[in-house]
Write a protein that binds this ligand. Structure first.
Ligand SMILES: Nc1ncnc2c1ncn2[C@@H]1O[C@H](COP(=O)(O)OP(=O)(O)OP(=O)(O)O)[C@@H](O)[C@H]1O
Ligand SMILES: N[C@@H](CCO)C(=O)O
Length: 327
């Protein structure tokens, strides 16, 4: 459970008193997520999400994240809207952490998404890319190719705790990614963490095509980067089965859904295997870092780095976009 910071009743009442959302009815820690402390806040006016920003979020980036959600929500994308306080601000401080309240979105996420969910995800991601195109702020992706080597440097000494032979394997892959990472693909606003738990669906469950995306959440890795890299992250996060096998049908649906709204160039298609290797490396490294560094006693379930080592190996053997079910 991702609650790193406990909030006392008095501190919460004083905090919520700075908004026009009524008094606190209840506030419960949310048993999902690994990055920040999240609470489901029920007030006299309705349901909200209270987030206290923790370790990996740079406070200097918060105006970007909150401004982005505001921008996308104003253009009709289903995403949380930051709530403005009586002082006109969305960002303030609680228990010595930066904190904000955002709107609550209904829906459920699917731990085993079907192909039709992947198609809907593809469309929603393309809609986000299009609606983010005129967002005026920029934020470089600190977890892209230039950030991976320093991240690995921070865990290299304990790399054998992840897997025997982990260090040389990662170093060889980093050399390859550094040498081949594309520089000339379309760039824009990307989510960069669009995993199934960050995409909510509503509608008739169980019936293919009957559910619609009701919300994208967790914009706290959003940045300015290659648009196709966002797709590569999703190929990793949505298209592998629990037994580790790759589901090319899901990949085809995901890419077709995306291309219905935003066509992909030939160069973007050809770059997908490389971008997917990079995306696998990103989550392999952050999960490895967390595996080694999560504080004892934190109410959080660590995510398995080995899942991403397996995915990396899969993409290393893909020659072109045909490997993802498309030509
Ligand atoms: N706006 C929202 N509406 C409804 N539920 C939300 C909202 N924001 C967050 N949640 C709930 O809180 C959980 C954790 O949120 P979030 O994914 O932002 O946390 P996180 O710590 O950044 O996690 P991670 O980066 O691991 O996905 C979500 O799975 C969801 O259940
Ligand atoms: N979605 C990430 C956690 C947040 O970065 C993962 O599954 O590793």
């Amino acid at each position: 459970m991702a609650v790193y910071t406990e909030v006392s009743d008095d501190a919460l009442d004083a905090f919520v008193g700075q908004y026009d959302i009524g008094g606190v009815v209840s506030c419960k820690g949310i048993a999902e997520g690994v990055e920040n402390s999240n609470y489901l806040l029920q007030t006299e006016r309705g349901a909200y999400i209270l987030t206290l920003y923790e370790k990996r979020v740079d406070p200097g980036d918060l105006p970007f994240f909150l401004g982005l959600m505001d921008h996308l929500a104003a253009r009709g994308l289903a995403c949380p809207t930051p709530i403005v306080g009586q002082d006109g601000k969305t960002l303030r401080s609680l228990c010595d952490r930066p904190a904000a309240i955002v709107s609550f979105l209904s829906g459920v996420w699917h731990s085993r998404p079907r192909p039709d969910h992947c198609a809907a995800l593809g469309e929603a991601m393309a809609e986000m890319h299009l609606k983010g195109a005129d967002f005026p702020l920029r934020r470089p992706n600190s977890l892209s190719v230039a950030g991976w080597r320093p991240l690995f440097g921070a865990i290299r000494d304990r790399a054998d705790e992840i897997a025997p032979g982990f260090a040389p394997l990662v170093e060889a892959e980093l050399d390859y990614l550094d040498a081949n990472w594309p520089a000339d693909l379309p760039v824009g606003l990307i989510h960069a963490d669009l995993f199934p738990d960050n995409v909510f669906f509503l509608g008739q469950r169980g019936e293919a095509g009957a559910e619609r995306v009701s919300g994208l959440i967790d914009f706290y890795f959003a940045c300015t980067d290659l648009l196709a890299y966002d797709i590569a992250i999703c190929l990793n996060a949505w298209c592998f089965e629990p037994d580790g096998s790759f589901n090319a049908t899901k990949a085809r649906y995901l890419l077709s859904g995306y291309r219905r709204l935003r066509p992909l160039s030939e160069s973007e298609m050809m770059a997908l295997p490389l971008l997917a290797r990079g995306a696998a490396m990103r989550f392999l490294l952050t999960r490895s870092y967390d595996w080694i560094n999560t504080p004892a006693g934190a109410l959080v379930k660590r995510k398995d780095p080995m899942e991403y080592l397996h995915k990396l190996r899969f993409h290393q053997n893909i020659a072109g976009p045909g490997g993802y079910g498309i030509e």
